[in-house]
Design a protein around this ligand. Structure first.
Ligand SMILES: NC(=O)c1ccc[n+]([C@@H]2O[C@H](COP(=O)([O-])OP(=O)(O)OC[C@H]3O[C@@H](n4cnc5c(N)ncnc54)[C@H](OP(=O)(O)O)[C@@H]3O)[C@@H](O)[C@H]2O)c1
Length: 227
């Protein structure tokens, strides 16, 4: 397989940044493209990180402009987000931003798409009473549904509560997820980034799947083969 060129939407975010480094370091991928929303971020990625970067604010760009930015890539990872408290931007970034990127992929013929969503987004009973996060989950659930209804070879990753500690390389088997309720289904961002890389390398077991990601006791390589 020739090295995959991946566009990372939200590359300047905490998961996006870790992912960009992993893609850059791997010989299975060519230099990734960071999709970011300020000129400072473009300069940082080009000069400090050493990857390509495109100034594309997904909130305000048209589908055609996003399509122009990602044209020529083999896959797109969407890890952008407005943050749970930026209520008015949840719908323009996490929901409509995601939908526009999906439409842009369809326009330029990029089939492979990985979305970083949120754990149990489809389960209203889980989130409708979490104070302050209802709108966030409505946006995440709706974005997931748009992705599932698209023509793309998608993988929807649903991490639990994101932590910044070093990756463990270990995930919780799906059938034992509830053992992790007491720790808020937490997962280190580095493990999310590692799993995105594995998803891109193993479309055979990840395409058209929605996968819950929580730290646990199973090595990522074994976890992915059990999907
Ligand atoms: N926090 C949690 O516990 C949790 C749990 C499950 C899932 N998630 C989801 O996981 C994903 C990644 O999380 P994270 O911690 O890496 O998030 P993050 O650090 O907040 O990164 C999100 C990135 O999206 C970028 N972005 C926002 N608006 C944009 C726009 N209009 N155009 C282009 N980029 C834009 C942000 O850019 P700026 O840097 O310029 O703001 C930021 O770099 C998010 O979608 C989040 O909702 C989070």
């Amino acid at each position: 397989m020739s090295p995959l060129k991946v566009a990372v939407v939200g590359a300047s975010g905490k998961v996006g940044r870790l992912l960009t480094d992993k893609l850059k370091a791997s010989s299975s991928f060519s230099t990734p493209l960071a999709i970011v929303r300020t000129q400072d971020q473009v300069d940082y990625f080009k000069n400090e990180v050493g990857v390509n970067a495109s100034l594309t604010d997904i909130e305000n760009a048209s589908v055609n402009e996003i399509a122009d930015a990602i044209r020529g890539c083999d896959a797109v990872v969407f890890s952008a987000g407005a943050g749970g408290k930026a209520m008015e931007r949840i719908f323009t970034v996490d929901l409509d931003g995601c939908i526009k990127v999906v439409e842009a992929c369809e326009k330029v013929g990029i089939k492979r798409f990985v979305l970083v969503s949120a754990l149990k987004a489809e389960n209203r009973d889980f989130w409708c009473n979490i104070k302050g996060l209802r709108e966030y989950y409505i946006a995440k659930r709706s974005a997931d549904r748009e992705v599932r209804n698209s023509e793309l070879d998608y993988t929807i990753l649903q991490p639990g509560s994101l932590e910044l500690s070093r990756g463990t390389g270990l995930l919780q088997p799906i059938d034992r997820l509830e053992e992790k309720a007491s720790v808020n289904y937490s997962i280190n961002r580095e493990d999310v980034a590692s799993f995105i890389v594995q998803s891109l390398l193993h479309p055979d077991v990840t395409v058209k799947k929605t996968i819950s990601l929580v730290n646990g006791d199973e090595p990522i390589e074994k976890f992915i083969q059990s999907l």
